[in-house]
Write a protein that binds this ligand. Sequence first.
Ligand code: ATP
Ligand code: MG
Length: 139
Amino acid sequence: MTERTLSIIKPDGVARGVMGEVIRRFESEGIRIAAMKMIHMTQAQAEGFYAVHKERPFFGSLTEFMSSGPCVVMILEGENVIAKNRELMGATNFKEAAPGTIRADFATDIEKNVVHGSDAPETAAFEMGYFFNNFEIVG
Ligand code: ATP
Ligand code: MG
C-alpha cells in the first residue's frame, strides 16, 4: 500500500553535514519526496510537535535540542514507507541500531539521533499536517 510519512533531519544531522546522505538513502530505496523544506523551530513549536512526550523526563531537553538549529522536514511517499523509513533510521538508541542504518552510522547520542520518522499512520497524519499544507505537497 502506498503511504506517506513525515521525516525530519534533526539539527545535529544538518549541522554535521549529512542532509545529502540521508536524502540519498531515501532516494536509493525508491522513496519519493513529496514535500521538503528547511525550518528552524521555536521551542514552543517543538513542544507542539512532541506533545505525546510531554510527560517524559527528556521532554525539555528534547524540545530545546529540536529548536537549537535548522531541521529539514520532508514527506516521504512509497510502499509501506512508514515501516521502511523506521528500518532505514534504526533504533532510537544508536548503540542498539542495526549496522548500516542512519542512526548507527551518524548518531552520537540517544537524543541527538539525526532523524525522526512517524511511527504509525495516525501519527504520520498529525505530523505531516503540523508542518505542511496541501499546496506544499507535490503530486
Ligand atoms: P523519533 O520520534 O524522533 O522518530 P523514536 O520514535 O525512535 O524517535 P521516541 O521514543 O519517539 O523515539 O523519542 C523521541 C525522541 O526523543 C528520540 O528520537 C530521541 O531524540 C529522544 N529520546 C528518546 N528517548 C530518550 C532518552 N531516554 N533520553 C533522551 N532523549 C530521548
Ligand atoms: Mg517517535
